[in-house]
Ligand binder design. Structure first.
Ligand code: NAD
Length: 289
C-alpha cells in the first residue's frame, strides 16, 4: 500500500498502476487519470491550501467522452472503410479481416496489415486530433476509438481506449493477451511469440470478441458530454455504445455525411469534415462553461 494523504477529510492513497506509473484511487473508488495524478503529485510538494483547491478543480472537471471512427483520420490520408463501397483499400473484409482469412491465407492478411501499418507510420495527426488533445486543458477527456492507428496519441491525447486494437503492436496468434511493439512497419511470417506461435497484427477482426467493450460502455455511461466523430455506426458492438450515454447528456455528431441515429433528436449535428467541425466545437467548449 502506498503513502496515505488526508485532504478535506478524505484519504487518498498514492499507489502504483500495474505498469509501474503512479495513480491515486480517489474517494469514489475510481482511479484518476495519470496526467492528473502527476499534477496532483506535483501539487503535494507545494502549498496545502492551493493543493486542495486545485485538487477539487481536477476532480470536478466535466467528463467528456469522444467516440471516433475512421473518418477522423481520413484527412490524414488514411482511407475510411464505408466510403470505399464497403471495401477496405480494395479488399473485402472477409478476405483480410477475419479469423477464417488468417487460417486460409495468413501471408495475405499479414501483408494487408503490414501495408496499413506502413500507411499509419507515414501519416500525421490532423487538426481534429490536435483539437481533441487540447480539450484536456479544461476537461476530463476519454477518447474511445475504433481506429487502429495511433494518431490520437501522437497528437497528445493521454486517455485513449482502442476498441479494435492498435496496428503498431503485434499479437500472439495463440494468446491474444500477449502483445508486443512492432519495430518498423513489417511483421514477418517467421516471427513468433514467446509460445512459438506466429505473430499477427494486434487488431480485432470481424467475428472476434471486443475485450474493451464493457470498459467503453461504462465510460459512456458516465459521460457528461458526448462527441461522435467520423463513424458510420455500422460496426457492432462499437455502434451500440451511443445507447449507454445518459439521455440528458448533451451529444454532438461531426461527420460530412451524418449516419442514421436511433436517438436522432438528442444529437446536435455538425455536418462538416473533422478538421473543420472538431476544432470549431472544441474552441467553443474551451471558451465557454
Ligand atoms: P466507416 O468507414 O464505416 O465510416 C466512416 C465515417 O467517416 C462515415 O460516416 C463518413 O461519412 C465519415 N467521414 C468521411 N470523411 C470524413 C472526414 N473528413 N471527417 C469526418 N468524418 C468523415 O468507419 P468506422 O465507423 O470507424 O468503421 C470502420 C472500421 O474499420 C473500424 O472498426 C476500424 O477499426 C476500421 N478502420 C480503421 C481505420 C483507421 O484506423 N484509420 C481506417 C479504416 C477502417
Amino acid at each position: 500500500m502506498g503513502k496515505a494523504i488526508r485532504l478535506y477529510g478524505s484519504l487518498f492513497f498514492v499507489d502504483k498502476f500495474i505498469d509501474g506509473r503512479d495513480a491515486i484511487p480517489c474517494v469514489s473508488g475510481n482511479f484518476v487519470r495519470r496526467r492528473n495524478t502527476l499534477r496532483f503529485l506535483q501539487m503535494l510538494s507545494g502549498d496545502a491550501k492551493y493543493c486542495v483547491s486545485t485538487w477539487h478543480q481536477i476532480i470536478n472537471m466535466k467528463k467528456i467522452v469522444v467516440l471516433t471512427g475512421a473518418g477522423i483520420s481520413a484527412e490524414s490520408g488514411l482511407k475510411t472503410f464505408r466510403d470505399s463501397d464497403g471495401l477496405w483499400e480494395g479488399y473485402n473484409i472477409e478476405e483480410v479481416a477475419t479469423p477464417e482469412a488468417w487460417r486460409r491465407n495468413p501471408a495475405l492478411v499479414q501483408d494487408f496489415y503490414n501495408m496499413r501499418r506502413k500507411a499509419v507510420l507515414e501519416a500525421s495527426p490532423n487538426a481534429a486530433h490536435y483539437a481533441l488533445a487540447s480539450l484536456e486543458e479544461k476537461y476530463d477527456v476519454t477518447i474511445i476509438t475504433q481506429n487502429i492507428d495511433d494518431l490520437h496519441e501522437r497528437a497528445g491525447s493521454t486517455n485513449v481506449v482502442h476498441l479494435h486494437g492498435i496496428i503498431t503492436r503485434s499479437q500472439s496468434s495463440k494468446n491474444p493477451n500477449l502483445t508486443y511493439p512492432v519495430e518498423g512497419w513489417e511483421i514477418k511470417m517467421d516471427e513468433v511469440c514467446e509460445l512459438g506461435s506466429p505473430l499477427r497484427a494486434h487488431v480485432v477482426w470481424f467475428g472476434e470478441a471486443v475485450p474493451m467493450i464493457e470498459t467503453a460502455a461504462q465510460i459512456c455511461a458516465e459521460a457528461e458530454l458526448f462527441i461522435l466523430v467520423g463513424s458510420s455506426l455500422a460496426v457492432y458492438p462499437a455502434a451500440g455504445l451511443v445507447h449507454y450515454v445518459p439521455q440528458n447528456t448533451p451529444k454532438y455528431i461531426i461527420d460530412p455525411r451524418i449516419p442514421q441515429l436511433h436517438q436522432d433528436k438528442s444529437f446536435i449535428k455538425i455536418e462538416e469534415k473533422a478538421t473543420v467541425g472538431v476544432p470549431q466545437l472544441i474552441n467553443e467548449l474551451l471558451i465557454t462553461d
